[in-house]
Design a protein around this ligand. Structure first.
Ligand code: SAH
Length: 245
């Protein structure tokens, strides 16, 4: 498969782009690409561009960019995942799988039973790390728009400042009477809350209900938080999104 590379500067048809540092070394040393090799680049705005490696040094790669084309990998269903922050690797898994499954926005929330505490500095570092995980998942999966990753926020605060706009608001709750696949279909936007390892507290379920969230189930087995997020997104894309075709 052709290498796909995210570049942070805005791409324009026919221009030359110089990639430096770690990303350049990755193309040369790890992927062993050479002058003349074709790659695909994207800048996060939607399209992708074919490009050719024009020149390589130890720390720079010069790319000749062609004409943009649509990748067709973004789902028309806009899913906003509000995810209880779980321990390191688990949360990385959620961000990676959610990106592969076409999520548009991820809000990491700190909950009552959550085991992770994040202060200002660590929160900013985690967010940056998760943004990197999402970009890698876009490169690997063919997506061209990395999901927006919000700064971690307490669930209580998030309910207070909840962005309006989803057609359907759902919360995953073991034992809920309605299966996720049977929830009201969103026109284009759905928001889904997934608990951390320890689940949500009764107060959090009440706050969610007051905020207009419908409780839905993923069946009779309790899934780990990262499994629940991935399963929920796959179901939503297959019932309402781009896994239908
Ligand atoms: N002991 C916790 C389990 C947490 S599992 C509890 O009883 O709530 C982590 C999260 O995954 C849950 O908070 C929920 O949002 C989701 N989840 C896991 N299995 C589920 C299921 N069968 N139905 C609905 N949500 C589920």
């Amino acid at each position: 498969m052709k290498t796909r590379l995210f570049v942070s500067e805005a791409l324009i048809n026919g221009t030359v782009v110089v990639v430096e540092g770690d990303r350049a070394r990755y193309l040369g040393r790890v992927l062993r690409l050479r002058t003349g090799d074709p790659i695909t680049v994207f800048d996060g705005t939607g399209p992708e561009w074919p490009a050719t490696i024009e020149n390589m040094t130890k720390s720079t790669v010069t790319l000749q960019v062609g004409d943009s084309r649509e990748a067709g990998t973004e789902s028309p269903l806009k899913i906003h995942l509000v995810q209880g922050v779980s321990r390191g690797e688990r949360m990385d898994f959620v961000v990676q799988k959610a990106t592969e499954l076409g999520v548009k926005r991820i809000t990491p929330v700190l909950t009552e039973y959550g085991v992770v505490k994040l202060d200002g500095d660590r929160a900013a570092k985690r967010r940056e790390h998760w943004a990197g995980v999402a970009v890698s998942a876009c490169e690997q999966s063919g997506r061209t728009r990395p999901p927006l990753i919000d700064a971690p926020i307490s669930l209580k605060q998030w309910f207070g400042a909840k962005p309006a706009g989803a057609d359907v608001d759902l919360i995953l709750r073991p034992g809920a009477g309605t299966p996720l696949a049977g929830a009201t279909a969103p026109a284009t936007k759905a928001c889904i809350l997934v608990g951390p390892e320890g689940g949500f507290s009764d107060t959090e379920y009440e706050d969610a209900e007051v905020a207009g969230f419908d409780a839905v189930s993923l069946g009779p087995r309790i899934l780990r938080t990262e499994t629940a997020a991935a399963a929920a997104l796959a179901i939503m894309q297959s019932v309402w999104g781009d896994l239908r075709k």
